[in-house]
Design a protein around this ligand. Structure first.
Ligand code: BDR
Ligand code: CA
Length: 326
């Protein structure tokens, strides 16, 4: 059974929605390692939260590594407004017994991908560790077969009008990764905004009645509890490897990461020029309309997720929580 599962390493910054992604990956994928990065909150919390998740999901055999806390340049930006100071809203977790591996996360990434051929990399936080690994060992660009990245947007941002949080935190790192030549699948906010979890989902999770589902309900309450809705961006991303039909449509386009713009730093600038439609509501058509040869036009380098099956996602998530048993 385990042999047929997609093999992955996950780089993440848990983070409420990262925790949902971990619950899904641990159950459905062959997770070879979890590397943590500073992002939603500081590394001292993200690495602890990742260790806790391996205990909650009863998979303490999965190694957890700590990578970088700070972005390559500038001051760290955190997302306490969304995930609370500890990354888990107001949910208090016990100190995990599970220990960190005694190796820096970047050194693990290098060593692992230099010696394994068929393992994909999932990134759910700022791309600091991956960029640092590429700088330290450039041969990784030919060794990592694919990156599935939660980051960016084909349309509007969240942290700024232009930029999504993960890319905004460390745009230089994102630029290195997006220009590395490693095939990239990008799940941006244009996709994740199609998913809206709410308090009805919290109630359904509570009704399952096992520790993983109870924890899921508690952290979702933090985001959906004040009458809001929650996209669970990182969970929407990992399902591309678990049940690809949930991502109903994707397009290959060229994506550049903006690092200098006065208003657009951290933006993933997608070249939609071949897809411009005439619909005033949604002017990016989902089928190619032109084959332009604009001066300086670059080859597509990223597969961008476009359409999401929210019902199928919700079913997968609930079935997964149920499968963790009592
Ligand atoms: C992304 O930023 C973080 O707050 C989430 O964990 C997700 O990875 C969404 O913009
Ligand atoms: Ca994240």
């Amino acid at each position: 059974m385990e042999e047929n599962r997609t093999k992955v390493v996950i780089d993440c910054d848990p983070g409420t929605d990262d925790c949902f992604a971990l619950m899904l990956c641990i159950k459905h994928l062959d997770v070879k390692g979890i590397v943590t990065v500073g992002g939603n909150t500081g590394l001292e919390y993200t690495e602890k939260n990742a260790r806790f998740m391996t205990e909650l999901c009863e998979r303490t055999d999965i190694p957890v590594y700590a990578g970088y806390d700070q972005p390559m340049f500038g001051k760290a930006v955190r997302a306490a407004y969304a995930h609370g100071a500890t990354g888990l809203g107001d949910v208090i977790i016990p100190e995990p017994k599970k220990q960190l591996e005694p190796v820096h996360g970047v050194d693990f990434l290098i060593d692992f991908f230099m010696h394994n051929d068929d393992v994909k990399l999932i990134t759910l936080g700022p791309l600091t560790n991956v960029a640092q690994a590429i700088l330290k060992e450039p041969r990784l660009c030919k060794r990592i077969p694919e990156i599935l990245c939660m980051g960016g947007s084909g349309t509007a941002g969240n942290f700024s009008a232009a930029a999504e949080f993960n890319i905004y935190v460390d745009p230089e790192a994102a630029k290195i990764v997006f220009e590395s030549g490693i095939p990239i699948r990008m799940v941006g906010l244009n996709l994740t905004r199609q998913n809206n979890m709410n308090m009805k989902d919290v109630e359904a999770m509570k009704a399952i009645g096992n520790p993983v589902a109870d924890f899921a309900a508690a952290i979702l309450t933090h985001n959906a509890g004040k009458g809001g809705v929650c996209s669970l961006c990182d969970a929407c991303t990992v399902v591309w490897y678990i049940d690809p039909q949930i991502i109903r449509k994707s397009l290959m386009v060229h994506v550049d990461v903006e690092t200098k713009g006065e208003f657009t730093r951290g933006m993933t600038l997608c070249d939609w020029r071949d897809y411009m439609g005439t619909d005033p509501i949604c002017d990016i058509a989902h089928e190619k309309k032109y084959d332009t040869t604009f001066a300086g036009k670059k080859e597509p380098n990223v597969e961008v997720a476009m359409e999401f099956d929210a019902d199928r996602f919700r079913k997968l998530l609930m079935d997964t929580l149920r499968s963790y048993g009592a």
